[in-house]
Design a protein around this ligand. Structure first.
Ligand code: FAD
Length: 285
């Protein structure tokens, strides 16, 4: 199933999971997946280590999801990959039944000044995949508050348009707590001729440290409402989690009212907290 087919009918609903480390068991994640499937997600995305680290586990995870009768989307980066590596890796995913790929550059590893592969940016990877795998559904990343390396949002949007021209089928946002910033971004890209459907990625606020770390490392602003939760409950993890789950449920409702084509929940490989959040947002199994 191609993700792009869903948007013609309705908003998509999906989860992100990440593969366990090489030495860790897949069993806890299988249990999480079983619980997430109860919400009838349109697809489950599997992250990919930037340098292809742990890539065997990414494909193993996609295989499990496809064998469970669900639809997987693999994330994939250009870092360290030649054209031949890309053909082989993507063909392997295709052979497992995966029809959706989120095509990324990846974060440049420390000590390198480029991708160390045949492509420097995601638009080149997209163009190559579109040419070699014409039947794949291709997603691309977008940044409502701009990518950390970009000089300005305008420059970043200029490059975003190249992803559309290279054959991307849809966009998926980086985490963005500020729904109004997302709406401004959407208005701007539409005015610039970017018409691709946009899926919004939402990270649950379950731990003070991780929400601060993720926000800072992605250049994502922390709105006053979330800052107040951090200030009030930051020293008591259980209280923070309770307030953070309520906040995340509200964010889901806000985003669902905004002009989005899909909602993608970072499951963080947990299910009990995700179930609480979804139920509080009125999303039933
Ligand atoms: P690009 O589109 O190449 O952009 C990178 C920078 O270069 C930007 O500043 C952009 O403005 C600029 N730029 C773009 N095109 C050009 C061009 N042609 N010429 C010059 N400059 C250009 N990382 C992982 O390692 N694994 C994952 O699983 C993963 N999943 C992600 C999922 C989502 C939804 C998002 C939003 C990000 C994800 N990332 C992941 C992080 C991503 O790899 C980083 O944000 C990375 O730094 C940029 O990737 P990109 O595909 O946006 O790159």
């Amino acid at each position: 199933m191609k993700i792009s087919d869903i948007f013609k009918k309705r908003q998509s609903f999906s989860f992100e999971v990440f593969p366990p480390k090489a030495e860790q068991s897949m069993e806890p994640l299988k249990k999480t997946l079983a619980e997430l499937y109860k919400f009838q997600p349109d697809f489950i995305s599997c992250t990919y280590g930037a340098g292809g680290t742990n890539k065997g586990r990414s494909s193993e995870l996609c295989e499990i999801i496809e064998k469970d009768g669900q639809h997987a989307m693999t994330h994939f980066t250009c870092i360290g990959n030649t054209r031949q590596d890309i053909i082989e890796a993507i063909q392997e995913y295709r052979d497992l039944g995966v029809e959706n790929v989120l095509a990324l550059r990846g974060d440049i590893p420390h000590g390198l000044d480029g991708t160390n592969g045949d492509f420097s940016n995601a638009n080149q990877l997209l163009e190559f995949l579109r040419e070699n795998f014409p039947d794949l559904c291709l997603g691309a990343a977008c940044y409502p508050e701009k990518h950390m390396e970009a000089d300005s949002l305008d420059t970043d949007i200029h490059y975003l348009k190249l992803k559309q021209e290279a054959g991307a089928d849809f966009l998926m946002t980086q985490l963005c707590h500020d729904v109004e910033a997302y709406e401004r971004f959407l208005e701007t890209i539409r005015a610039q001729g970017i018409h691709l459907p946009v899926v919004v990625g939402l990270m649950p606020a379950l731990s003070k440290d991780s929400i601060i770390r993720m926000s800072l490392s992605n250049g994502c602003s922390i709105p006053r409402e979330l800052a107040e939760i951090i200030g009030k409950y930051g020293d008591t993890p259980e209280d923070f989690k309770k307030a953070g789950k309520e906040y995340t449920a509200k964010q889901i409702l806000r985003y669902r009212q905004a002009a989005i084509n899909g909602l993608h929940i970072y499951s963080l490989n947990k299910y009990a907290d995700i179930v609480d959040i979804l139920q509080a947002a009125g999303i039933d199994k």
